[in-house]
Design a protein around this ligand. Structure first.
Ligand code: SF4
Ligand code: SF4
Length: 433
């Protein structure tokens, strides 16, 4: 279907996308690591509970930790081998998590689920849950929960925006594994009982737009290049004109959204019986020798990945796990791939902003670009005084999607995201008391 133009949402920023560094690099398969460190916290919600013990033999794709409740996800061995140990380690978020450490025996022996030939909607939903599929665009929300909305929906949107600078793994997936994504989208549409499948792709990926235009049952929307186009609410507006109000969910306007990587994982889980234990990611930035797109196993060490890309070309000013706008800055490479790791960025001094914050200028630019119509300067002002109640109320902070557009535009380099996260955490703590 010939692509149609998407609508433009309020706010947002135009970012230098830096995608040229890696978008022409076909996805390579990273050689199997000898040891993987798999966190049992692979999704939003509760961590999974280990169901293996030290010394156990496991096969690739075998369940090693079981989801604990609805908002949690099954975790699988990404290599065949032996459970070396199960231990607590600090994740990049600063939280202590349980890691299952596997030593590969390089046998590649697999333990997949039974492939499903002509699955019913119920079979598909069951498989999405069993295969531990989560939102792979970074959110990590268990996909099976999203695909069982409480209100009827009529549209399924595939998120192919990939609006974060540097990241190109979704771009490569869309041109290298188009058929698998389409198959996955059809399966999700069947599970949701919707007839309309839409894919939203930013205009800076014309080859992806062309690849999906070949399918008659998929409506292609060519989106403006504007950050945060990939945020669910903004993508829905751009693709359908429907507005998801504050505190509302996409299903409330009849829509479910999944990232293209998630749709591909659904295809693999249903048609091949393969659980989610590996994914595509981008390694980029001007401080890495060879930017690449890679297919990697969950639990692979970031150091091993960076070494495969030739190592550092200069000492990075900043190392980020994820995209530059929403990713987590790391102190070192002592971190491991999860189901939601879409990128590893080694940013040089020129790329990473090192300006020190100065007092707020009251210029209002942060509010002008906020796609959620919030007042980030108010959040920052009150949270710096420890008044989180007013920070949340006057800044409307709880509706913040943490896109980082406000901080990006701020001429005083105020640490707005930090203030937002602090306020949210304080309000959460208060609510739990
Ligand atoms: S306040 Fe939140 S939603 Fe608004 S621009 Fe900042 S990070 Fe994005
Ligand atoms: S953009 Fe920065 S300097 Fe301007 S009002 Fe917002 S926080 Fe203050």
């Amino acid at each position: 279907m010939k692509a149609v133009k998407g609508k433009i949402f309020f706010g947002g920023v135009h970012l230098k996308d830096e995608k040229a560094l890696s978008c022409d690099s076909p996805t390579e398969v990273l050689p199997e690591p000898s040891t993987v460190y798999i966190s049992v916290q692979q999704s939003l919600g509760k961590p999974a509970v280990p169901c293996v013990e030290k010394g156990d033999k496991v096969k690739e794709g075998q369940l090693i930790a079981e989801a604990d409740g609805a908002i949690s996800s099954n975790v699988f061995a990404s290599v065949a081998g032996t459970v070396k140990e199960i231990k607590r380690m600090t994740a990049p978020t600063g939280a202590e998590e349980t890691f299952i450490v596997l030593e590969s025996d390089k046998s590649g022996e697999k333990a997949y689920l039974e492939p499903l030939d002509d699955p019913s909607a119920e079979d598909i939903l069951g498989r999405i849950k069993a295969a531990g599929i989560v939102g792979m665009g970074g959110a990590g929300f268990p996909a099976a929960v999203k695909d069982a909305p409480k209100t009827p929906v009529d549209t399924f949107i595939l998120n192919g925006a990939e609006c974060e600078p540097y990241l190109t793994c979704d771009h490569r997936l869309m041109i290298e594994r188009t058929e698998g994504i389409v198959e996955g989208a059809r399966l999700i549409a069947k599970a949701l009982d919707v007839t309309q499948i839409v894919i939203g792709i930013e205009k800076n990926k014309p080859d992806c737009i062309e690849a999906f235009e070949k399918y008659d049952d998929i409506k292609v929307v060519a989106l403006a290049k504007r950050y945060p186009m990939g945020s669910e609410k903004h993508l829905i507006y751009s693709c359908t004109g429907r507005k998801v109000g504050l505190g509302k969910l996409p299903a409330d306007v009849g829509v479910i959204v999944h990232n293209v990587g998630t749709a591909y994982a659904v295809y693999e889980a249903v048609k091949l019986g393969k659980p989610l234990y590996e994914r595509a990611l981008t390694v980029s930035g001007r401080a890495v020798k060879e930017p690449k797109n890679l297919w990697v196993k969950v639990g692979t060490s970031l150091k091993e990945i960076v070494d495969f890309c030739g190592g550092e070309s200069s000492s990075p000013k900043k190392v980020v796990k994820g995209g530059p706008m929403t990713g987590i800055a790391l102190a070192d490479y002592d971190s491991y791939v999860t189901k939601t790791t879409g990128g590893i960025l080694l940013m040089s001094g020129k790329e990473a902003d090192s300006m020190e914050p100065t007092p707020c200028l009251n210029c209002g630019k942060c509010a002008d670009v906020c796609p959620m119509h919030l007042m980030p300067m108010q959040t920052a002002f009150y949270s710096s005084a420890g008044d989180y109640e007013n920070a949340a109320k006057l800044g409307n902070t709880l509706s913040c999607i943490e896109c980082g557009a406000c901080e990006y535009i701020c001429p005083a380099r105020r640490p707005l995201i930090q203030a937002i996260r602090k306020t949210k955490a304080a309000m959460r703590e208060r609510a739990e008391k």
